[in-house]
Design a protein around this ligand. Sequence first.
Ligand code: NAD
Ligand code: GKE
Length: 382
Amino acid sequence: MSKLKLTGEKVCNSDPKHPEVPLHDLGCKVCICGGGGFIGSWLGKALKDLGYHVIVADWKHNEYFKQEEYCHEFRLLDLRKLENCIEATKGCTHVYALAADMGGMGFIESNQSVLLYNNTMVSFNCLESARVNGAKRFFYSSTACVYNEDRQLDVTDPKLKEEYAWPAKPQDSYGLEKLYAEEMALTYGKDFGIAARIARFHNIYGPNGTWQGGREKAPAAFCRKAITSTVEFEMWGDGIQTRSFVFVEDCVEGVIRIMMSDCDVPLNLGTEEMISMNDFAKLVMSYESKDLPIKHIPGPQGVRGRNSDNTLIREKIGWEAGTPLAVGIKTTYFWIKEQVEKMKASGKDTATLSQSKIVVQDTAVLDGVLEKGFVRAADGTE
Ligand code: NAD
Ligand code: GKE
């Protein structure tokens, strides 16, 4: 899937206008914290293909890849505990911090206290363990959610320059935690000489991403609804809200390019191809010539308008995400269609797939790898 090619010790893009990138410490051990997830597993696969020894640490296995496809070693660990992070990153020259308890608007707005606790612990521990274990490079996966909400009120011109994160006023606490963790990484870079690299991801989509269950973001939710709806297409809000989206292949390439660069300031990893949610719904319905009426319903909407400004990434690393939305989302649409077919074939109930779900996580404990009593439930009980 990745366009990255290995030539000697450089990454070169199939597009010759993009500069080559040095592959620092090629062959070394790298740890991807949260590598069992969507972006982390594609990143693991790309780094493995390039020649790195990939260790993935996560509290769940990837649903779609076989372990040997995306890592050499897998460590099933709760990264909210420092000792687990230290174990995971031992001997690793590069650490990629992608672990987070996250999802789309149907998830992050209704689980703020659990997310703040979980993500603060994970972000701090990944960074501190990289330092303790003497890592040379550290990548932190930040988000467009760090930006000041006042810059995202206009649906027509919400292009976000990196400097607009300050003064800080993120729309939700998920973004605030990421902004603070960025600062931690930058400070560690200055104080301890670790090369800290930061990308602010703008809504990443693609095959193997979460597409149902409540954590999915608009791209996957819209594909699923276009595939399964027969009478109308449900959408939170009036659909005039705008966003831009990044295909996962571009995201992985951007992460590697940023990690290997000498850029020590946060960079947008987004596209400047902005679209309204109404037009996005029409786009995904077009792949199988559907033209259902859009039914606007109340739901969590996040910011009113959001787009990436890529001036700085172009200047600093001479590259930007380039897959057109219509191309990337078509691949994603047909991948989700396969998943729906598999679900039907296995006899599972698919009746609710045309609806939008808001999930409230009633406990911070997932997948049974945690010790009881270590974390509190969302209602405050242990
Ligand atoms: P994901 O949920 O698929 O991956 C995150 C992984 O972290 C999961 O596999 C999860 O199990 C793991 N994790 C969470 N808490 C953990 C813990 N305590 N111990 C061990 N593992 C834990 O999400 P993703 O889309 O791959 O996102 C990767 C990173 O990029 C996250 O930090 C996310 O906040 C950031 N990001 C993603 C997007 C996007 O659109 N996907 C946008 C902005 C930022
Ligand atoms: N998820 C989802 N599901 N969103 C829907 C739906 C639906 O069924 N119907 C309409 N929407 C609308 C939302 O209300 C929101 O206005 C827009 O689509 C995009 O929602 P999203 O993809 O869930 O999330 P956001 O872009 O608002 O925010 C995401 O931004 C990323 C960074 O750019 C965050 O949830 C994070 O996942 C991430 O940091």
